[in-house]
Unconditional design. Structure first.
Lengths: 443, 443
């Protein structure tokens, strides 16, 4: 290993000097970014990398789902690749997704003229964030043939997904037909798929380490819970369940009972791989815009209607589903006790990646030791495109080897304008990524 | 007392046949009504009564606040009057307020040609409901000179209150000057002020009685409680207060702790005259329309922001305020325990009418006994214009004698299209009102 292989903070900074100006919400990056899935801003960033790739003498191809694949020109039988996305949530930072593309591009640009026994590829996926159309990993799942056709009717900013895809030169009929753009023979030739990402949590920063080696990717189970009680005059309706069927009061008791359920499980298993989040209480803009029941609530009324979102995440699907059954029982029992009807509707369910490729994790540890990078192993709490790749199998029935590299981000902030990772932090992660891509799998 | 004095169900039905067509949201009354404060629909109902009054040979006058006063033509030194309003909450029924006006009008129309030692007056107040401009009893408080000038800037349906007043021919400069339209000498000549209203609760119906004799009117203390925590990625942020400053979780615990606080007080005093209501959790349309923080919440984020409304009502101001101090402490202590900042902002505070005029209550009981109307005594949980009148004093420092008559309403429903009282139920209340107005005070 030679020093000239390592990506410098300067390499990262040069790309960000341009990229901080695409889809920014203000003059300074601290104002946040908005590059929606299949938006002009997302395409603009992809075109930047297409141009850079051509200048560097790399091949580029756009697939029918609108993803951009950048490849070395050699005609190898085997490929080591990395992937990430460039879209953001509204008011997000410029690191979730983009850092992985910058790291991947600088890695391939640094490596492509060096001798290797395999080709190198960067996949820039469309629309990983669910914020726009309510679906995660649109580009990757379309490319792998797993995006269900009803997704095309989901709407954002006045356009259906099908319309937004067409506007960016992609072909929505691909999704209707269920045809993947990444064929089986292409999957068979992938030696390893890698993704570098900011942690989006505070664990690495708290531990003061350079690198997170990701052990698995948590599944997310998401539901809407809708509570119907009865609207009544607050002054004239006596207190107590005999008179009041109070949706807001029931909601509060449900949430506290769910909190107790979680704490009980955590007491029994201090290493419990589970997070439980009520992100929304009556605070989803899209739902509220046509929810007349919600706005029948008033200061001077007993509440007749409320809703909340309920999310569980774990790398352990089986445990998650077992816990969820108890949670649903808790919700229903509490609602009934307050004379409330509770309706539970699934929003989405992703499959966990219980364990990412073990030999890739071992390789990462070895390279970190060589570079004197401190590291920690941890699961990914967030969903990533890499999870979809980890669910693919090759013709010989072996799973595609997938690895993920985390770098710390400041105060663990993400999906917020405060999201930040320094050029030095990114360069360390990119150097690890580049070394791994150059060396190939050791096993 | 003769039978021809009694108001018939037919008298009530004739007015409602017309009134069910003004401000209705559909062809059938079951679709609900919307007559906002200082709206064309409110004015249309008032003009109906103005026309009816003129036809009956009664005097009419509009005051500068836009209220309509209907009076007998005699020039008496003493007046017995009643009052109510004709505006509704959005999607309300046609009984809250209007029933009192119909009862009052039929009473005066039936009595005005009979010999009396006093004049009779009906006050049709503007804008009793707070739903439009966020302020209760706009017309009555303007007429009594107690409406603060900043109220003129409150907005509803694209207009300020000042603009809405002008559109209906009222004079907002009256409010800026703080001048009452009901002068002290007019107050001095009022022997009694009465208001008939639907109960807006289920107590009378449950007891199966015809009439509620109101003992007092509850004060309402209303606040917004705003919680600021920290937005974080739900998947990547570990559970526990060390990592999460979760506004939604804190909100749930606050509400449950307030519920416990209430139940503890109720255990100590089973007749506790107090109701505690959280009507809004993030569900105020006006607030949400310009609340970007609320819509920073997401399914996949730890919640950084939430708000709720907090209302207490009691006829006992002192007890209410003592309880409220403990409630505020509960809110703050719970918020702090979850790393959340809680801001408490007053929306409004009304003064309770601890006891309505005792001799009027005795007269009502006597008349009910004569008519063989069953009755029950109870406090009014809701605010009414009569409460403002009860807070007025005459030059001799005696309080204005004020009485309230409740009639049952179906299933206790109000502020809803399901609100209903039968013509027979209203006629009984109107007959009691008419008899009381004819006889004058017995003391």
């Amino acid at each position: 290993m030679t020093n000239d292989m390592i990506i410098s903070a300067q390499d990262i900074a040069e790309h960000y000097a341009v990229l901080n100006r695409i889809g920014a919400l203000g003059e300074h990056p601290s104002a946040g970014f908005h590059r929606a899935a299949y938006s002009d801003e997302e395409t603009a960033v992809m075109i930047y990398f297409e141009t850079q790739a051509k200048q560097a003498g790399l091949n580029v191809r756009w697939d029918a789902a609108g993803n951009l694949f950048i490849e070395t020109t050699d005609t190898q039988e085997q490929w080591i690749e990395c992937g990430s996305h460039v879209d953001t949530v509204p008011g997000g930072g410029n690191f979730d997704g983009l850092t992985g593309v910058v790291a991947g591009f600088t890695a391939i640009a640094a490596l492509h003229q060096k001798p290797r026994s395999h080709g190198l590829r960067l996949r820039i996926w469309r629309g990983e964030e669910s914020a726009s159309f309510g679906i995660t990993s649109i580009g990757a799942s379309a490319a792998l043939g797993t995006l269900a056709a009803p997704a095309l009717d989901k709407r954002h900013a006045g356009r259906s997904l099908a319309q937004a895809m067409r506007k960016q030169g992609a072909n929505p009929s691909l999704i209707e037909s269920g045809q993947p753009t990444i064929k089986q023979n292409e999957l068979d030739q992938i030696t390893a798929h890698l993704e570098l990402h900011i942690e989006q949590g505070i664990v690495l920063e708290k531990k003061g380490v350079d690198i997170g080696i990701v052990t698995g990717i948590r599944a997310a189970s998401r539901d809407w819970v809708t509570l119907h009680g009865e609207f009544d005059h607050s002054g004239a309706t006596p207190m107590g369940k005999e008179y009041r069927r109070d949706a807001n009061l029931a909601l509060a008791h449900i949430l506290v009972n769910l909190d107790t359920l979680f704490l009980t499980h955590q007491e029994e298993d201090s290493g419990l791989d589970l997070v439980q989040t009520i992100g929304h209480i009556n605070s989803n803009a899209e739902k509220n815009s046509h929810d007349s029941e919600l706005y029948s609530n008033a200061i001077s009324k007993v509440s007749g209607y409320a809703y909340f979102s309920y999310e569980l995440r774990s790398c352990n699907d089986i445990m998650l589903n077992r816990y969820k059954q108890k949670a649903i029982q808790t919700i229903q029992d509490t609602a009934v006790a307050f004379g409330i009807s509770a309706k539970i509707e699934s929003i989405s369910n992703s499959n966990a990646v219980k364990a990412l490729d073990q030999s890739l994790q071992t390789d990462m540890q070895r390279i970190c030791d060589t570079f004197k990078y401190s590291y920690s192993t941890l699961p990914s709490g967030a969903w990533h495109d890499a999870a979809l790749m980890a669910q693919q199998t090759r013709s010989n029935q072996t799973p595609l080897p997938v690895g993920m590299i985390f770098i710390p981000c400041q105060h663990g902030k993400s999906h917020s304008p405060e999201e930040f990772a320094s050029n030095e932090q990114i360069a360390k992660g990119a150097s690890l990524l580049a070394t791994l891509m150059q060396q190939g799998l050791s096993k």
